[in-house]
Design a protein around this ligand. Structure first.
Ligand code: ADP
Ligand code: MG
Length: 478
């Protein structure tokens, strides 16, 4: 190989000055940069000062021989990779083996043959260059791998951040949807309350006139009838008057008028009861915490639902069984509690009615729907209201999601899926109570509301719009 562009830096180590000169000249003429060292220790110093590309190392030297120098250089990280060609007059194979074993790259025997020396030197330098090149591209490769790994890590990180952000956005969107629906729902309830209160107020005045005037009207009618009777007794009735009396059937009028007025009184009393219930249900004047009789709230809610309930005079509708205990007045938000009663009772009625329509569709006779409402005071001084229906009950899959916002099994337009989630929050967050449900398929469902008799001062004034999970609440398992 005649390429001198490598221009390697070579260190020649030999204790014979003649050898040093000869080799220096030979290699110097070929364009190499040559340094020489006359002993092992001088060689080590020269290498450490400036590591050469190649070392020609004599084996046989006093004080420190070539093997020792080689071993020291190989042991050191900075110098270990420098190729060493051993020089020796000995042609003993054992020495050659040792030279290779301790890390020598090649071996030249003296006396030197110029072309052999040059060929071996060039060979080693080329190898060394290739080795260095390989090392450099290896390093570059490693760097690239690291950079790629870093880029990948960054990508993964940003992907994870993006995923998290998306999840957060989805959660915020869901929260927003829920808040909006709840606002709509509570707005609906409050509009319903306002409407009910407005209607009740408007009807109240004319009913009051009728109610107020009915008693004097009854008295006047009674007096007039008595007067006619006295008049009839005191003188014979003239024939033309008798004909008029016959035509109006005075005897029947005398008998029917008091009954008619009596039934008007019953009707008025019933309307006044309805108005009272409407006002109790809307509780517009009682948005704040109040101490009330919960039975009034239950009754007024039942009144609102009365068209779906069985009345004394007919056999249709669901029967209500009241097992009211002896309850003290309870501190609560009455309008909101009524909303809970309404939600639970409506669901029970829906369930019973659906079941019966299915029975009818299958040609079976409907069963008598029954809702039992029981109230009692517990030993822990809480009020318990149980609403038990004999409807179809719920499968596990429904029970588990019962309190989830927007969960409904009803067709679109009939169910919003908000009734139970709102009720749950009204009871747990607003009243620090519990709302639990037990349901058996084919037998029915029972909801049990438990609230303390009194609310603490630190109650929140408005229902928060957070999700249940966030508030650390979860419904009791059904
Ligand atoms: N008493 C009950 N009997 C059977 N299923 C019920 C009863 N109460 C509630 N559910 C079930 O719970 C679901 C959620 O009720 P709710 O939150 O009030 O929403 P919605 O009545 O609008 O469907 C209902 O769709 C129904 O499947
Ligand atoms: Mg409902």
């Amino acid at each position: 190989m005649d390429d001198r562009s490598l221009n390697g830096n070579i260190l020649i180590v030999d204790d014979k000055a003649d050898n040093l000169r000869l080799l220096s000249r030979m290699l110097g003429q070929r364009g190499y940069e040559v340094r020489s060292a006359i002993s092992g220790s001088a060689a080590l110093m020269a290498v450490r000062a400036l590591p050469p590309d190649l070392i020609l190392l004599d084996i046989n030297m006093p004080a420190m021989n070539g093997y020792q120098v080689c071993e020291e250089l190989k042991a050191c990280e900075q110098t270990g990779a420098i190729p060493i060609i051993f020089l020796s007059a000995l042609s003993d194979t054992a020495d050659k083996v040792k030279a290779f074993r301790i890390g020598g790259a090649d071996y030249i025997t003296k006396p030197f043959q110029v072309e052999e020396v040059l060929a071996r030197v060039e060979n080693q330098l080329t190898l060394r260059q290739m080795q260095l090149k390989l090392q450099r591209s290896n390093q570059k490769l490693m760097q690239e791998v690291q950079q790629r790994k870093r880029a990948q890590d960054i990508l993964q990180d940003s992907e994870a951040a993006l995923r998290q952000r998306t999840q957060e956005m989805e959660a915020a969107l869901e929260e927003l949807r829920l808040t909006q629906m709840q606002l709509v729902q509570s707005e609906k309830m409050s509009s319903l309350g306002q409407l009910v209160a407005g209607v009740a107020h408007e009807i109240n005045n004319p009913i009051n006139f009728i109610h107020g005037n009915l008693r004097p009207a009854r008295d006047y009618a009674e007096h007039l009838l008595m007067l006619i009777q006295a008049y009839q007794k005191s003188a014979p009735t003239p024939p033309e008057l008798q004909a008029q009396m016959d035509s109006i059937d005075l005897d029947f009028v005398k008998q029917d008028l008091p009954q008619l007025l009596e039934s008007m009184q019953v009707g008025i009393d019933r309307i006044m009861g309805i108005i009272r219930s409407l006002r109790t249900f809307s509780r517009l004047d009682e948005a704040d915490i109040k101490t009330v009789d919960l039975h009034d709230g239950l009754d007024s809610t039942l009144m609102i639902l009365s068209n779906r309930l069985k009345q004394e005079d007919n056999s249709d509708g669901v029967e209500i069984v009241k097992c009211y205990g002896d309850l003290p007045r309870v501190e609560c938000y009455p309008g909101q509690l009524n909303q809970v009663f309404m939600n639970i009772l409506t669901n029970a009625l829906d369930a019973i009615e659906d079941e019966n329509s299915q029975r009818l569709a299958q040609g079976r006779s409907p069963q008598l729907g029954q809702i039992t409402i029981s109230t009692r005071i517990t030993e822990a001084q809480t009020v318990q209201i149980s609403i038990l229906d004999n409807g179809p009950g719920m499968p596990d899959s429904v029970q588990q999601r019962l309190f989830d916002p927007f969960f409904t099994t009803k067709p679109i337009g009939r169910g919003t899926g908000l009734g139970m989630s709102i009720s749950y929050r009204i009871i747990t967050e607003r009243h620090r109570g519990t709302l639990s449900c037990t349901s058996t398929l084919g037998q029915g469902t029972e909801f049990v509301i438990t609230i303390p008799l009194q609310q603490s001062q630190s109650q929140p004034q408005s229902l928060t719009m957070h999700g249940r999970e966030e508030a650390g609440l979860s419904p009791e398992p059904c």
